[in-house]
Design a binder for this molecule. Structure first.
Ligand code: PLP
Length: 465
C-alpha cells in the first residue's frame, strides 16, 4: 500500500467519535476537548505515515490509545481519592478532615431532593439548618447557633453584624495571617470595622483591654493563634479573664477559637482552646471551623447569645455565605457523633490521632516485607512525627512510623506515586521518600502497597534504560 492509500484509510473525526471506546468517553469528557484529542490523534497518525519509509499501516488502536491517554491526563485534574501518607492529619491541600462513614451516608441521602427547608410535620417552609443548630446548641451549651460556609465567612459576618462602623479591641499578638493570604486586619477592613490594636506582640494584659474601651468600642475579640506558637516572655489573658474584665455591659466578647476542639485532647499532647469551655466561660459569641478538630465538613460555626445570632441570621451577607444541603447533612451527622460521645470510634481524625504507635509500626513492617519480595529498592521502617495541621496545634508532633524509600530519584518517585489511582501523597526528607502511616486508614494499606510497588517498578524500568 502506498502512502496515498494509507492516508485514505485514516478514519474521519466523525468515525472515531463513533468508536465504542470513544463513545464511553463522551459521557465524562467535554465534547470540545474530545474532538480536539481525536483531531490530534488522527493528525499524529498522518504524520507517522508521511514520515515512515517502510509504510506502517495506520491503526485505529493507536488512535484510540492516544485519545484515552489524553482523557486520562484530563481526568487527573478532577477531584479524586488521595491516600494521605504525609503524616499531616488535617492537610488543607487534601481537604482537611475526612468525613465519618455516617456523615458520608447522610450526604448521600441529602444529595437528592431533601427536606432542607421543609417541615415534614406541617408541610410548611422551615428554617434551613434548623436541626443542626439545635444539635450544636445542645453540644456547646450555647443559646443559639448558626452555620456558614467557613470560619473566615463567620469572622466576616460576626464583625460586620456586631461592629460595622465601630471599633473592635484586639491584641497585637493575635493579628494573624491564617494561610492562603487570609489576614485578620484585611477582614476587619472588609467588614467596615476599625481595629483597635492593644498590647505588644508578645505581651497583652487585661488592663490593656480595659484602658482601650471607649465610646467607639463595639466589642473585644480574642483570636486563637491558629498556626503559630509563641514561647518565652509572653502573656495574654485567658477568655475567662477577658470576660470578667471591667467593661460596659454593651461591649460583648467575641472568641474565635479556630480549630473547633470539643473535649479534652490533652492525652494526645493537644492543648487547644475548647469550644464548650469558651461558651461556659461566658463568651458572647464563639466561632470555629467545622473541618479542623471538629472533624466534619468545611463550615464556619457560630454559637452564642440568641440576640446576636438572630441579628447575624438577618444580615444580608448571610444569604451569600449560607451552606448547602450536603454540608448540613455532614455537619448534622458529625455533631451527633460528638453528642453521642463516639468521636474516637467514628471520626477518622480521632482514629488517626488515637491509633497506637505499635499498630502503625506493624502496618509499616507489613508493607515493607511485601515490597521486599517484589522490589530491590532500599525500604525500611523509621520513626516519624505526624502533625495535626490545618492551622491548629503548631509545633506539636505526634509520634508515628513511616516507610522510608531510599532512592536517588525521590522527586520522580513521588510523581509516580501521585500519578496513579488512587494517588498517593508522601513527603521527602533528606532525599528519601517517607510515607507516614498514621494518616493512612487500615483499609487503604493494601492499595498503598500496590501503588508503591507499581511506582517503584516504573522508576526502575525508567532508569534501567
Ligand atoms: C482556621 C482558622 C480560621 C479560618 O477558618 P476557615 O474555616 O479555614 O475559613 C479563622 N480563625 C482561626 C483562629 C483559625 O484557626
Amino acid at each position: 500500500m502506498n502512502k496515498t492509500q494509507q492516508l485514505r484509510e485514516l478514519p474521519s473525526v466523525d468515525e472515531v467519535l463513533h468508536f465504542d471506546a470513544i463513545q464511553d468517553l463522551a459521557l465524562s469528557c467535554p465534547r470540545q476537548s474530545l474532538v480536539g484529542w481525536v483531531r490530534q490523534a488522527i493528525d499524529s497518525q498522518r504524520q507517522l505515515i508521511l514520515s515512515e519509509e517502510s509504510g506502517t499501516r495506520p491503526s485505529h488502536e493507536a488512535i484510540v490509545e492516544m485519545i484515552l491517554a489524553q482523557a486520562d491526563l484530563n481526568q487527573r485534574e478532577s477531584l479524586q481519592h488521595v491516600i494521605n501518607a504525609t503524616g499531616i492529619m488535617l492537610h488543607t491541600n487534601l481537604g482537611r478532615a475526612p468525613l465519618a462513614a455516617r456523615a458520608i451516608q447522610r450526604v448521600r441521602q441529602a444529595s437528592a431532593f431533601s427536606n432542607v427547608e421543609l417541615d415534614l410535620d406541617s408541610g410548611k417552609r422551615s428554617k434551613r439548618g434548623f436541626r443542626v443548630t439545635k444539635l450544636l446548641q445542645e453540644l456547646t451549651g450555647a443559646e443559639a447557633a448558626l452555620v456558614v460556609n467557613n470560619c473566615a465567612a463567620a469572622t466576616m459576618l460576626v464583625l460586620q453584624t456586631m461592629a460595622s462602623g465601630k471599633e473592635v479591641v484586639i491584641s497585637r499578638g493575635q493579628l494573624v495571617e491564617i494561610g492562603g493570604g487570609f489576614r485578620l486586619p484585611n477582614v476587619f477592613s472588609a467588614a467596615g470595622v476599625k481595629l483597635c490594636e492593644i498590647g505588644t506582640t508578645n505581651r497583652t494584659h487585661v488592663h490593656d483591654y480595659e484602658a482601650a474601651i471607649g465610646e467607639e468600642t463595639a466589642a473585644i475579640m480574642r483570636v486563637h493563634h491558629s498556626n503559630f506558637a509563641q514561647i518565652g516572655f509572653v502573656t495574654e489573658p485567658t477568655i475567662a479573664e477577658l470576660i470578667s474584665s471591667k467593661r460596659p455591659e454593651s461591649v460583648p466578647v467575641i472568641d474565635d477559637v479556630g480549630s473547633g476542639c470539643v473535649g479534652d485532647l490533652s492525652q494526645y499532647g493537644i492543648e487547644e482552646p475548647d469550644v464548650i469551655a469558651s461558651v461556659a466561660a461566658g463568651a458572647d459569641v464563639t466561632l470555629f471551623s467545622g473541618d479542623k478538630l471538629f472533624g466534619g465538613p468545611q463550615a464556619g460555626i457560630i454559637v452564642g447569645r440568641e440576640h446576636w445570632i438572630r441579628r447575624m441570621s438577618k444580615n444580608p451577607l448571610m444569604r451569600a455565605i449560607r451552606v448547602d444541603k450536603m454540608t448540613l447533612a455532614a455537619l448534622e451527622a458529625t455533631t451527633e457523633i460528638h453528642l453521642a460521645g463516639n468521636a474516637t470510634q467514628e471520626l477518622p481524625l480521632m482514629q488517626m490521632l488515637s491509633k497506637p504507635l505499635a499498630e502503625i509500626q506493624s502496618s509499616c513492617q507489613q508493607v515493607v516485607q511485601s515490597l521486599r519480595k517484589t522490589s530491590s529498592a532500599t525500604v525500611s521502617v523509621v520513626s516519624s512525627e505526624s502533625q495535626v495541621g490545618g492551622g491548629s496545634v503548631p509545633g506539636v508532633g505526634v509520634s508515628s512510623h513511616a516507610i522510608k524509600i531510599q532512592t536517588d530519584h525521590a522527586d520522580q518517585l513521588c510523581q509516580f506515586l501521585r500519578s496513579g489511582r488512587p494517588a498517593v501523597q508522601g513527603r521527602i526528607t533528606d532525599g528519601a521518600v517517607l510515607l507516614d502511616l498514621r494518616t493512612v486508614a487500615d483499609e487503604e494499606i493494601n492499595l498503598l502497597t500496590g501503588r508503591i510497588n507499581d511506582s517503584l517498578a516504573e522508576l526502575e524500568s525508567g532508569h534501567a534504560q
